[in-house]
Design a protein around this ligand. Structure first.
Ligand SMILES: [Zn+2]
Length: 267
């Protein structure tokens, strides 16, 4: 059994412990980890960390919280970075109308620009959408029609999915994968639990968003990629199937998302 954590910030949120956290992930059979940048400098750090740690891949992007600080020069530099063959995904990008740390029109403009980037470099996007699905869904429906990631990769992933099962299916119809976060283990996470039960395993990936949001077993502590196993276990329980089945399917999906070729699987 091997696992993949399709969303974390290991290069930034772990300080001196980052290399050890990457090792603990490997020891826990988390074979692939995607670490995502939230602005230009952070994306460069994500790439540097990925380049020096086995099994860690990088994503480059401007998070909606950071959108107000992104200059045109930053967005140009990020497009160049996104084209680097060592960058797997364009992200973390999106809209956050819950915290509104950047003005909404700026969030929208920065997202649009990066969706264009993803289309040009033919890579999937990692989407953050919080209290923003009414705007996000039609926008992505429009964009996804023209998106053509290379190979058999999905157009993107809905990170830390926060909608219901019906909305999840609509994003799946657009070609997105749905990411189930380790918070699926929280007793009150009933909507996410229903999503985890209802959508096909073939459209699901798992994530920790570490260092944020620890699973129930480790609540109150820092989350880390090794804990993605908690999400796999919870999904298996919810679906009444084996943990291996969940691990196999979600890891295969993650490899498609990340563009990891069969020859490089090392399984
Ligand atoms: Zn994130």
């Amino acid at each position: 059994m091997i696992l993949a954590d399709t969303h974390c910030h290991i290069h930034e949120g772990f300080g001196d412990d980052a290399t050890d956290a990457a090792r603990r992930a490997r020891d826990a059979r988390v074979r692939w980890v995607l670490t995502l940048g939230v602005n230009r400098a952070d994306s460069e750090r994500a790439l540097a960390f990925a380049a020096s740690h086995e099994g860690v891949l990088a994503a480059a992007g401007v998070h909606p919280h950071d959108a107000a600080d992104a200059t045109d020069a930053d967005l140009d530099a990020l497009e160049a970075l996104a084209g680097d063959e060592r960058v797997a995904v364009v992200g973390e990008i999106g809209l956050d109308f819950y915290r509104d740390l950047s003005p909404r029109d700026v969030q929208r403009r920065v997202l649009d620009r990066q969706l264009d980037t993803a289309r040009r470099v033919r890579k999937p996007v990692a989407i953050h959408a919080r209290d923003a699905h009414d705007t996000m869904y039609p926008l992505l429906a429009d964009w996804a029609r023209g998106a053509a990631p290379s190979g058999d990769r999905p157009v993107g992933v809905m990170h830390y999915f926060s909608g219901d099962a019906e909305l999840a299916r609509r994003y799946i119809d657009l070609g997105f994968m749905i990411s189930v976060h380790t918070s699926v283990t929280h007793p009150k996470a009933t909507t996410l639990q229903e999503v985890a039960r209802a959508i096909p395993l073939g459209d699901m990936v798992l994530e920790t968003d570490a260092p944020y949001g620890a699973p129930q077993r480790y609540r109150g502590t820092r989350n880390e990629p090794a804990y993605v196993v908690e999400a796999a276990r919870a999904v298996a329980e919810l679906r009444g199937c084996g943990e291996d089945e969940v691990a196999d399917a979600t890891t295969k999906n993650a490899m498609r998302l990340l563009g990891i070729a069969v020859a490089a699987r090392g399984m």
